[in-house]
Design a binder for this molecule. Sequence first.
Ligand SMILES: [Zn+2]
Length: 250
Amino acid sequence: MRIYYWNLYKLRRFLLTGSAVALVVALLASVMMRDAITAAAIKPKPHAIYKVKTDEKVAALTFDISWGTKVPGPVMDILKKNNVKSTFFLSGPWVVKFPEYPKRLVSEGHEIASHGHNHIDLDRESREKVKSEISSAHEAIKEVTGVSPNLIRTPNGAWNDMVLSVADELGYSVIQWSADSLDWKNPGVDAIVNRVMDRVQPGAIILMHASDTCLQTPEALPRVIEGLKEKGYTLVTVSELLKHGPGVAE
Ligand SMILES: [Zn+2]
């Protein structure tokens, strides 16, 4: 009888342990299923990125280029001298017309991104047109530099939900800015420098230009870099910045 009870005890223990394991497995499976279902059901809507959420003193200097050959060279010289890597948003036709500049950007370690094809407000265009604008710039940049960009700053920063969804379909994130230097208005070197210093914050995306219409940028840039470094900021590309935290709208 002793043996019988012993076996019963062991059997009960075995069954209890077995049920416990089964219960845990079932719970885990249900949690995993729920996560998979939730992920499929609410894929986050694409949004434009204005800055990165982080407490670290890190920021991205970014340049748009659509026209000319006078400003890009000096801007690249200054970045090289200061060992700063930036993200350049390039217009398709400029890349095709002056391939030596985008090639130099790649060889000097900068990040190549898209500024669309024609410099037009995409939020006023049809879905098909937006698709062809983004695709044309993509092909041009890829052809000349060998790089397939995945970040786009839409011309004039114009976007709406349709533009965001087309960009997302084509594998792009839309990048805006949190600190506008206003260098495109040629407001004076001091004004450009002060605007950046006033607006920089951890995770900032700083907007500058290296098109020939922005003639004060090369003079302002060394002071911008020096000022940011004095404030303790490390300057990185937008892709690097996005490794420090999520890209957010505000
Ligand atoms: Zn532009």
